[in-house]
Design a binder for this molecule. Structure first.
Ligand SMILES: *[C@@H]1O[C@H](CO)[C@@H](O)[C@H](O)[C@H]1NC(C)=O
Ligand SMILES: *[C@@H]1O[C@H](CO)[C@@H](O)[C@H](O)[C@H]1NC(C)=O
Ligand SMILES: *[C@@H]1O[C@H](CO)[C@@H](O)[C@H](O)[C@H]1NC(C)=O
Ligand SMILES: *[C@@H]1O[C@H](CO)[C@@H](O)[C@H](O)[C@H]1NC(C)=O
Length: 401
């Protein structure tokens, strides 16, 4: 009897302790829970049930009565000044001579902006030698593309002069740097976005498509060119297009320690309009023109450039389309059955050259051809992409594309 009584007391004690512990854990983790679960639920509800984001048009309109830094002159863009060009190639998109088959080389299929930082010489060189090689695209694929790098100035005042001299030399050799006089930092990425659309509007309005990409992504140029060519052949397929890896109902991050922190004053609503990951996306020429016009009348204080793009697009009534082989922040698995389909892959600062050799190897095409080949490749892709645990790569759907 005595022993029993003690046992019960012991049990209750353990129960009490466990409850206490669980409560403590919940309290400690509440912030995490709030950020990862509650804010997402709130934002999804908002995105799917409540809102069509019509308000963004007016909420982000530049207040003309208080022309803050906007003196009404041509240099004022999006509530921020448009910075002067330090390096520029206004005729990059014109000329280039006629092609053998009567196709003109100034019929530009794609203008591709690589968002680079002044000190990333190596990355730019790797891109020029591989997927950004304009001559390769012209001779192997018969299409005219232009690849340019968008830059600001080095953020460190002490190194600026040295880096700028190196950039000048690089530009004399390759003639592909577009640089404006703003500090090249994370919080100035929206300025860089405006640079791209402004430059395209001024110097390359005839390009059929415009792409914006990070300098650490890999672009499977032959697959991309084939895809764009296909769109262009389809009736009206080359119009009203914004394609990439789409973020839907993404909540603004309110944690102060996050790189992507956005205060309520800047964006009070629980979710962003749909946008594509800034790592790499493509718009058709008509959309590029509309976005450019939107940048002239919208407040550019939203410094996350892909979100700002979403705001501009929603203001002009353009919505993004998902393409399963645009990876966003994800990285492609290394396999020929993936190379066959991939368009972009993120996180390739050092292996661009080896991946380019592997991905453009003529043997890749042979592997998936025929019934058995395509069956084999689908099986491989299911194994690579449809894992039960989260991995940052193409979605499982891509296995069946
Ligand atoms: C843009 O928005 C910010 C923050 O919401 C505000 O401080 C700024 O005055 C606005 N600029 C213009 C030109 O409206
Ligand atoms: C670019 O491609 C052309 C044509 O395929 C080739 O001759 C040239 O060597 C390539 N350039 C670089 C830097 O790899
Ligand atoms: C953006 O660039 C401008 C011009 O160089 C600079 O004044 C500003 O401080 C930069 N903003 C950020 C957040 O780095
Ligand atoms: C946004 O506002 C402008 C000016 O008020 C208007 O002309 C335009 O049609 C609006 N766009 C959308 C998508 O509502």
């Amino acid at each position: 009897m005595f022993v029993n009584f003690r046992r019960i007391r012991k049990c209750q004690c353990v129960q009490l302790l466990t409850t206490g512990l669980v409560l403590c854990v919940v309290m400690v983790c509440w912030e995490q829970l709030d950020h990862h679960v509650v804010s997402h639920m709130r934002s999804y509800t908002y995105r799917y049930l409540v809102n069509s984001y019509n308000f963004l048009n007016t909420s982000f309109a530049i207040n003309r009565r208080h022309p803050h830094g906007n003196d009404g002159s041509d240099s004022a863009v999006g509530g921020t000044v448009s910075y002067p060009y330090l390096l520029n190639h206004p005729d990059k998109c014109i000329g280039g001579g006629g092609g053998g088959d009567g196709k003109r080389r100034d019929d530009v299929l794609l203008l591709l902006f690589v968002k680079s930082s002044p000190e990333n010489f190596e990355r730019r060189q790797a891109i020029r030698d591989t997927w950004g090689n304009e001559s390769y695209v012209w001779s192997e694929l018969g299409e005219s593309v232009r690849v340019v790098f968008a830059l600001g100035v080095h953020p460190d005042a002490w190194q600026r002069a040295r880096v700028q001299r190196a950039l000048l030399q690089e530009d004399q050799t390759y003639g592909d740097l577009i640089q404006q006089d703003f500090v090249d930092t994370f919080h100035n990425l929206t300025t860089k976005l405006i640079l791209q659309f402004q430059w395209a509007h001024l110097h390359c309005p005839h390009a059929r498509f415009l792409m914006s990409a990070d300098d650490d992504i890999f672009v499977h140029m032959p697959n991309l060119v084939r895809y764009l060519r296909g769109l262009q052949r389809a009736q009206a397929g080359a119009k009203d297009l914004w394609v990439g890896h789409v973020h839907k109902g993404a909540p603004p991050i309110r944690r102060k320690d996050s790189k992507y922190h956005v205060p309520y004053e800047l964006y009070p609503w629980p979710s962003y309009p749909d946008y594509t990951a800034g790592a790499g996306y493509v718009v058709s020429g008509d959309v590029a023109a509309k976005i450019y016009r939107a940048t002239l009348v919208l407040n550019a204080s939203m410094y996350i450039d892909d979100v700002f793009m979403g705001i501009c697009a929603s203001a002009v009534g353009v919505s993004p389309q998902e393409h399963v082989y645009f990876s966003g922040e994800g990285k492609a698995p290394y396999h020929p059955c993936i190379y066959d389909h991939m368009i972009t892959s993120h996180g390739h600062a050092t292996d661009v050259r080896s991946l380019w050799r592997a991905a453009t190897d003529p043997a890749v095409d042979g592997l998936s051809s025929g019934f058995m080949g395509s069956l084999y490749c689908t099986a491989v892709r299911v194994m690579l992409l449809c894992r039960p645990y989260y991995q940052n790569t193409y979605s499982c759907m891509a296995a069946f594309a």
